[in-house]
Design a binder for this molecule. Structure first.
Ligand SMILES: [Zn+2]
Ligand SMILES: [Zn+2]
Length: 206
């Protein structure tokens, strides 16, 4: 090997090592910065997000925030196995929030009154406008403190996926109109023909 060649390869190697370590260092540092600037959200308010750092980014910038929560309460809506993520993007008019989520909730079957797990899947898209001129239909404005609370949005959109008359299975037989027996479990022998029973009025409503 020529001396020049040797020098060149060694030099290239050390240059690439230099860049590699710089790169690693930079990544490490930005990871640390990330933790400092975007701390893990308050566990009691997991959907309150500081978006201040996104406001100052270029148009087109987008930041993703993943969520994974065993249990979460959105006001009256209790969810389990909550998973999903939001992308918060910088647009000229404001911050666009787009998210996809899945979770389970407990519903009561309207026929047999049994509680059952119901899987929900939903998406959200909303614009938090910088000023009143740019507000969308939902009228959301970016608050002065640059913290947005997604919980009410998540609840609102999730509730759209909750059936009005939930059934624990499509062919649920319901309760006996005479004795209240769960007919899925056992046939009590009563005729289920509408009579003057107090249950019959109720059944009409269902
Ligand atoms: Zn049922
Ligand atoms: Zn019965």
């Amino acid at each position: 090997m020529l001396v020049e060649e040797y020098i060149e390869t060694t030099l290239n190697k050390s240059i690439s090592i230099y860049w590699w370590s710089r790169y690693r260092l930079r990544n490490k540092r930005s990871a640390l910065l990330d933790q400092r600037e975007y701390p893990m959200s308050n566990p009691r308010k997991p959907f309150r997000i500081n978006v201040g750092f996104i406001i100052h980014e270029e148009i087109g910038y987008s930041h993703e925030i993943p969520f994974e929560l065993d249990k979460v309460k959105l006001d009256d809506l209790e969810l389990k196995n909550f998973e999903g993520s939001v992308h918060i993007g910088r647009t000229p008019q404001g911050l666009i929030v787009q998210g996809k989520f899945s979770a389970e909730t407990t519903l009561e079957c309207v026929r047999c009154l049994k509680n059952f797990n119901y899987p929900l899947k939903w998406e959200i898209t909303e614009l938090y406008a910088f000023n009143k001129k740019s507000v969308s239909e939902s009228g959301l404005l970016l608050p002065d403190d640059a913290h947005i609370e997604l919980a009410p949005l998540l609840r609102e959109y999730a509730l759209l996926e909750v059936p009005i008359n939930p059934l624990h299975k499509p062919d649920c037989k319901g309760l006996c109109i005479e004795c209240g027996q769960d007919l899925n479990a056992r046939d009590c022998g009563h005729s289920q023909v509408e009579g003057d029973s107090p249950f019959s009025k109720l059944k009409d409503l269902l």
